[in-house]
Design a protein around this ligand. Structure first.
Ligand SMILES: [Zn+2]
Length: 366
C-alpha cells in the first residue's frame, strides 16, 4: 500500500517527487493491476519527511455503448494522482509508449483516463511524471496483469412460473405484455448490425400459445412474422414441466406446439429451455431429439433436490444420449435457476457457497 503522510504544505518543488500506486480492475477480466508503488524509486529521492504526491492507476468501467468496429476494445486504465501541495504546477504524464498527457497537479486528487492495447500476457509499463521542461518528478513501473477477452451473449427472456410469484391471471397478462415489449424492442433495433438486434426468447411456448389465443388477428400476424424474421426466438418445450411425472406420450406432446409453430413459420426451432425444476427424466432426450431439438439449456434449482448435478456438470456442456441409444441433445447447465446464469463479476451468492460446502461434505462422507 502506498501511504500518504501528513506534512507541511510547502510550495511545490520538482525535487519532491510523487509516489505512484496502481490498483486496477477490469470489468471483464478481473484485476489487471494490483501493485502499489512507493516513493523510493524516484530518481531524485525526496527527503524522508517530504510529503510526496501519490499516484494510483485503476481500470474504470468502459463507457456503455462504445463500439469498436470489430477491433478489440482498449483496456481502460485510470491513473490517479494525489498531490499534497497548495500551489498547483503543470506536469506531463507518460504511460508506457502512449502519447504524453498534460496534467495540472493541484491539491487533492486528479485523474487521467487511458485506453491501453489489449494483451493476453503480463506487462510492465513505466509511468513517469515530469515538469513541462523535462524535469523528472518521478517514475515507477506499472504491472498490468494479462487481459482475458470474453464474448458475452445476451438472451433476454422471462421465466414462466404460473401462479408462483403472482396470481395466475396476472402472470398471463405479464407474459403477453413481455412478448409485446420484446417484439417492439426488436422492431426498434431492426436496423442495427447483425448481432446487435434485439431478440426476444420465449422460454416456454405456453406464453406464445396464450398470446395467439388472446390477441386479435393483426397481432397474431405480427407475432408470426416476428418469428419468421428471427425477432422472436422460440424454445421447444410448452412449459417448465416436471418431466418425471410424464408418460412417454406426454413427453412427446410437450413438443407438439413447437413442431406446429415451426411448420407454420419455418423458424429453425432447435433449442429448448427448462428452468427452475430440479431434474429431467431420461425420456425427455428422445422426445426433444424427435422434435428436432438439438440444444437443451437447463437451469435446475440450485439449493436442494438436485444431488450433485451442479458439482458435476455446471458449465460443462455434454451430449446426453437418450434411452434409445442414439437420440441425443447437447445439454448446457449454467448456474442458477431461471437461467440467470453467469453472474460475472459478482461475488458468489451465499446460497452457492452453502451448496458448495454441502457438496464437499457429501463427497467427503462417501
Ligand atoms: Zn420458477
Amino acid at each position: 500500500m502506498s501511504t500518504r503522510r501528513r506534512g507541511s504544505r510547502s510550495a511545490p518543488c520538482p525535487n519532491r517527487s510523487p509516489s505512484v500506486g496502481s490498483a486496477g480492475r477490469s470489468p471483464s477480466s478481473g484485476p489487471i493491476s494490483t501493485a502499489r508503488w512507493a516513493a523510493p524509486n524516484w530518481p531524485s529521492s525526496p527527503p524522508a519527511r517530504s510529503n510526496p504526491p501519490q499516484c494510483h492507476a485503476r481500470s474504470p468501467r468502459p463507457a456503455p455503448g462504445r463500439t469498436h468496429a470489430g477491433r478489440p476494445p482498449p483496456t481502460p486504465l485510470r491513473l490517479e494522482v494525489d498531490y499534497a501541495y497548495a500551489t498547483p504546477i503543470d506536469a506531463v504524464v507518460q504511460v508506457g509508449d502512449l502519447a504524453p498527457r498534460p496534467l495540472r497537479l493541484s491539491a487533492g486528487r486528479q485523474s487521467l483516463d487511458f485506453g491501453i492495447p489489449l494483451a493476453e500476457t503480463a506487462r510492465a509499463w513505466s509511468v513517469s511524471i515530469t515538469t513541462p521542461d523535462g524535469q523528472r518528478l518521478g517514475t515507477q513501473t506499472l504491472e498490468i496483469s494479462p487481459f482475458r477477452p470474453l464474448t458475452i451473449y445476451v438472451l433476454p427472456h422471462s421465466h414462466t412460473d404460473i401462479g408462483y410469484t403472482e396470481l395466475q391471471t396476472a402472470i398471463e397478462e405479464k407474459q403477453v405484455n413481455n412478448l409485446l415489449a420484446g417484439m417492439e424492442a426488436a422492431r426498434r433495433t431492426a436496423s442495427y448490425p447483425e448481432g446487435a438486434r434485439f431478440v426476444w426468447n420465449v422460454e416456454v411456448l405456453w406464453a406464445a400459445d396464450l398470446f395467439l389465443r388472446r390477441l386479435g388477428p393483426e397481432q397474431r400476424e405480427a407475432f408470426l412474422a416476428a418469428v419468421q424474421r428471427g425477432e422472436v426466438a422460440l424454445c421447444g418445450l410448452y412449459l417448465n414441466e416436471l418431466t418425471g411425472l410424464c408418460r412417454p406420450e406426454e413427453l412427446v406432446r410437450l413438443l407438439r406446439f413447437a413442431t406446429q409453430l415451426r411448420a407454420e413459420t419455418g423458424a429453425p426451432l432447435q433449442s429448448a429451455m427448462i428452468s427452475d425444476v430440479p431434474g429431467y427424466t431420461w425420456g425427455t432426450v428422445t422426445a426433444l431429439a424427435h422434435a428436432g431439438v438439438k440444444y437443451f439449456s437447463v437451469a435446475p434449482n440450485y439449493f436442494d433436490r438436485i444431488g450433485d448435478i451442479l458439482v458435476q456438470w455446471e458449465n460443462r456442456p455434454f451430449w446426453w444420449v437418450g434411452p434409445d441409444g442414439h437420440s441425443r441433445v447437447l445439454v448446457w447447465i449454467p448456474f442458477w435457476g431461471y437461467a440467470l446464469s453467469h453472474r460475472y463479476g459478482h461475488p458468489l451468492p451465499p446460497a452457492r457457497r452453502g451448496f458448495r460446502r454441502q457438496a464437499r461434505a457429501a463427497r467427503l462422507s462417501l
